[in-house]
Write a protein that binds this ligand. Sequence first.
Ligand code: DGL
Length: 271
Amino acid sequence: MDNRPIGVFDSGLGGLTAVRELRLLLPNESIIYFGDTARVPYGTRSRETLLRYVKQDIGFLRTFDLKTVLVACGTASTTVLESVRGDYDLPIFGVVEPSAAAAVAASATGRIGLIGTPATVRSGAFERRVRQLNPETQVFSVPCPLLVPLVENGRTSPDDPVLQLVLEEYLAPLQAQNIDVLILGCTHYPLLSEAIARQMGPAVRLIDSGAAIAQYTAATLRQNGALAAGTDAGSLRCFVSDQPHDFARLASLFLRCDTEPEVSRVDIEQY
Ligand code: DGL
């Protein structure tokens, strides 16, 4: 048993897709969330910049006594996680492994689509992992730079005309490839699941990278005997690097909670 909280970070709201699933699976775990809202988006940054950001994000989370850290960000997971993981003495999980495993298990035809940020698609990390798991698989990838700003501005409704137009352009090449599974390789994208599902149709199974990392974390903690003891509901504390108000409002919508979570501002450049 381990009652220490789980740390989770992302560039902004996207990592809440992992938090949502974690709270469903493990309601008595406490969570410390950091959203780097002053520096979102990550997906268009260079590797050097991302390395600095990720070290600061983990540095801030490490000011708490945590049992594990979730890199609930596709961009950070695919570009820099492997080079920093060894620098820390606690387990750090990313989204690639759990999402790739879920995609391979779900695909009957071996034709898998991937959407992600430009940095994620450029890294090739999802394709490598999928093809390690099943070398017969074909992966078709499309970078979608406009989706994160839309989510950060709350434009997630499937009826939003701007979102529909943008998705039409991004998803058309994947529809043409007859994929049967689509990896939402950025943790912001599950907030657009309804809109994406509407365009891709019922024959395409969506893999939610936020849910996948949460399921992987729950299974690993259970296996290692590291779940929180007791039956009290776990707490959620959120920190952001810019003004907290919009985040608190959107977070309560996305997490479907009646009350806004506690959100505080942190000066991330100090870490
Ligand atoms: N949600 C993150 C990801 O999964 C970050 C997106 C961004 O900031 O560009 O890639």
